[in-house]
Design a protein around this ligand. Structure first.
Ligand SMILES: Nc1ncnc2c1ncn2[C@@H]1O[C@H](COP(=O)(O)OP(=O)(O)OP(=O)(O)O)[C@@H](O)[C@H]1O
Length: 724
């Protein structure tokens, strides 16, 4: 049972109508008291009777109000009230004039005839067309109302009910009653828990086939959301059984059912996966193996290993370059400062000199800009290279990109769907070089491309191990390698790496305050601009030292007293606010992970003007949800980006998120200064805690299966048959 209270009354005023059905209303309740009702539901009008369930609360500015969780409207029976209701424009074709005529003609019987076009035609001034229009509109309105009552009656909140009705339309009741799982799970915003509650309310059995299938699909989706493309059948059955509270044998038979219907695909050794992902990995393997052969064209390329600035490649780097030049596909990998960029530069120059057309790309906007700066050549995001737009990718298997060589940087971030899109869009003759550090955090999306390709042994890999970034002050690189090898990092005086320890056991907010001082006053004293050059990275969003708390603290420092801030959709925007884009926006040319600064915000137009590097971009209301404050961000969000200085607060309360790969990735984001601030035990935990869980994927299987190799486009020995 919920603890919701009831409120019923008649709407006496509509005070505010926002987006997505958000409304603030005045309601005259049964005691003739005027109260404030806040609801997210279908548009309501004055004169309408409402019955709401929800909670009373007090808004800091607007005082006492009732927040509705469920809300149904009642259509008045009494002719005068119904006339006022219709006069408000609720039913298409009826305004004040016709409402009055209808009331005069039908009196208290009006409600019963509104859906009957023949009866309506008896009223003077209502012809056939008008009568048909009114009846249709009324019936539609009634159906909508019935659907909302039905959905709420079976436990959906008012705003969810409205969203479901908007997506399913007039057939809502029939569709949902017949198969709540299939229907509701296809609608945006509804997950298994809600669909299941609805189905239970409709009387579906716990062992209903649709419930079991929906549960199993949920388990499979959750696995791919955490990066796997495969699972064992036993795992799926037991996780599904636990989720739904049914026995494992029953779920095991559902796994078999989905396999029989090819909704799951069996790989080998009891492993199963989603057909789309497994097929994608198989296609990737085929495309890579086809290129893993000696490439004749480059025998003519002369490699002298000299850079324009006089640097000469080390032996290790030269070997790496030669491996890349010898094959149609190769991986160039290594930790920070080992010369990946340097080798890429020479590789690109050599191939360019050979007259080949190059395309350089990286998974994020920031990484591609950095690649371009480092190599002195144009580079784009992978999405941009593939011509991504609202309707998908312009370049694909039937319309390949025009390039002889593709070099992709920060490959650890690329997931299976994006890598698939890239490899299928390569022309047959195109070579592919994959550059990245396999010890960085894995891609957000499913798969483990870089690690899998390296581990398979089927694709040539050039490994760089010697640190080339020299100098006594250059400790970031040294300490990053130490962390990667499981050693506790050391604070080195007068270097670019420092640890500021905060005593344990006290208030975790102390770490937040010390981090603030380190990232502002201390950085300023060392010549860094705290707003533009310093980035704070933390493992999580919540808690006293998560992004939310840190952003609040840093905002108070950078925007004291909310200087010049305006409120749009309940969020504050102030000139100078540091923000990050959280999804790719091709219309605005702003990409996931891009950092910007608010220039101005307009409460009236609900727009925010922000500067991204040297461009100003206008964000309209619909795009604001994709922007977040970025004084502090998670290490995951910063993947692929670099900053002049990085401050990393670490506290014991981050415990379960503290992990070596995360720390390694975060501290390699800083180029000129990195400071760890926090509890010594939290730093140790981050170094020693290695999440043993590897992603279970099918790419290594396909790469190792010789039967899968396709005949190479270019004649030559395949990689596995040579001594390279
Ligand atoms: N052969 C070399 N001779 C002299 N300096 C070198 C050589 N190779 C690399 N360096 C220098 O070492 C530093 C790191 O090299 P580079 O940026 O290529 O490494 P990276 O692996 O791309 O590093 P990160 O991943 O941290 O960006 C640079 O300052 C570079 O100029």
């Amino acid at each position: 049972m919920d603890n919701l209270e009831e409120l019923s009354g008649v709407i006496s005023a509509v005070r505010f109508v926002g987006e997505e059905g958000f409304q603030i209303l005045t309601v005259r309740d049964a005691q003739e008291q005027e109260v404030t009702l806040v609801a997210v539901c279908q548009p309501l009008n004055e004169g309408e009777s409402v019955q709401a369930r929800g909670t009373w609360g007090t808004h800091p500015k607007f005082g006492k109000q009732f927040k509705a969780d469920r809300l149904i409207t009642q259509i008045p029976q009494e002719s005068k009230a119904l006339g006022a209701y219709l006069a408000s424009g609720k039913v298409a074709g009826i305004g004040p004039k016709f409402a009055a005529r209808l009331v005069a003609h039908f009196g208290d019987g009006l409600r019963d005839v509104l859906g009957d076009e023949k009866a309506l035609r008896a009223v003077s001034g209502i012809g056939k067309k008008k009568a048909v229009g009114i009846a249709a509109s009324w019936n539609e309105y009634q159906e909508a109302r019935d659907a909302l009552i039905f959905l709420q009656g079976h436990g959906l909140g008012a705003s969810r009910a409205m969203s479901v009705f908007r997506q399913l339309g007039q057939e809502t009741i029939v569709k949902v009653s017949a198969n709540p799982y299939r229907t509701l799970l296809k609608t945006r915003g509804i997950g298994l828990r809600i669909a299941d509650a609805m189905a239970q309310s409709l009387g579906f059995e716990l062992t209903h086939r649709d419930r079991l299938i929906a549960g199993l699909r949920h388990v499979v989706d959750a696995r791919s959301a955490s990066g796997h493309t495969l699972a064992t059948s036993d795992e799926l059955a037991s996780e599904g059984a636990q989720l739904l509270g049914v026995d494992v044998a029953r779920m095991a038979s559902v796994v078999q059912l989905l396999l029989a219907h090819e909704k799951l695909i069996s790989v080998e050794g009891g492993l199963v996966g989603l057909p789309s992902l497994v097929e994608a990995e198989r296609t990737i393997a085929t495309a890579l193996l086809a290129r893993a052969v000696h490439w004749n064209g480059c025998n003519q390329v002369r490699v002298n290993g000299e850079l324009s600035d006089g640097r000469v490649l080390s032996d290790e780097q030269r070997q790496a370059l030669e491996t890349c030049l010898a094959y149609g596909v190769a991986v160039l990998t290594g930790g920070p400062g080992v010369g990946k960029t340097t080798v890429t530069e020479v590789l690109a120059q050599t191939l360019d000199d050979a007259g080949l057309e190059l395309a350089l790309c990286a998974p994020t906007g920031r990484a591609s800009r950095r690649m371009s700066e480092a190599t002195g050549r144009p580079a784009s995001t992978i999405h941009r290279l593939l011509g991504a737009g609202a309707s998908g990718f312009e370049f694909n298997a039937s319309n390949p990109i025009e390039a002889d060589v593709v070099i992709i940087d920060e490959a650890s971030m690329v997931d299976v769907p994006l890598f698939l899109a890239l490899v299928v869009a390569l022309p047959d003759h195109c070579r592919l070089f994959i550059i990245g550090d396999q010890d960085q955090l894995a891609s957000v999306g499913p798969g483990n491309i870089l690690r899998d390709v390296i581990a398979s042994g089927a694709i040539p890999v050039a490994r760089l191990q010697q640190i080339r970034r020299q100098g006594p002050g250059s400790q970031i690189t040294v300490q990053a390698h130490a962390v990667n090898q499981g050693n506790t990092p050391q604070s080195v005086p007068d270097s670019d790496f420092e640890i500021v320890e905060v005593p344990e056991g006290g208030d975790p907010e102390l770490v937040c305050r010390v981090a603030l001082r380190v990232a502002t006053e201390d950085m300023l004293a060392r010549g860094f601009d705290p707003l533009y050059e310093v980035q704070v990275l933390t493992p999580m969003h919540g808690g006293p030292v998560g992004t939310r708390a840190l952003n609040e603290a840093f905002r108070s420092y950078h925007v004291p007293g909310d200087r010049g801030s305006v409120t749009i959709h309940g969020r504050q925007w102030a000139p100078g606010d540091k923000i990050v884009q959280t999804e790719n926006d091709y219309n605005r040319d702003v990409f996931n992970g891009d950092l910007g600064y608010v220039v101005s915000a307009d409460a009236e137009d609900k727009t925010v003007l922000a500067r991204f590097e040297d461009r100003e971009v206008l964000f309209t209301s619909d795009a604001l949800g994709k922007l977040q404050l970025a004084y502090a961000m998670t290490g995951h969000k910063a993947q692929g980006s670099e900053f002049p200085a990085v401050v990393i607060p670490l506290v014991r309360s981050h415990w379960h998120m503290l992990e070596r790969q995360w720390l390694y990735t975060s501290l390699t984001r800083g180029k000129r200064r990195v400071v760890l601030v926090g509890h010594p035990s939290a730093i140790k935990r981050a170094v020693y805690h290695v999440t043993g869980q590897r992603r279970l994927t099918s790419l290594p299987l396909w790469l190792r299966q010789p039967a899968l190799s396709v005949s190479p486009t270019h004649k030559g020995e395949s990689y596995g048959q040579t001594s390279a």
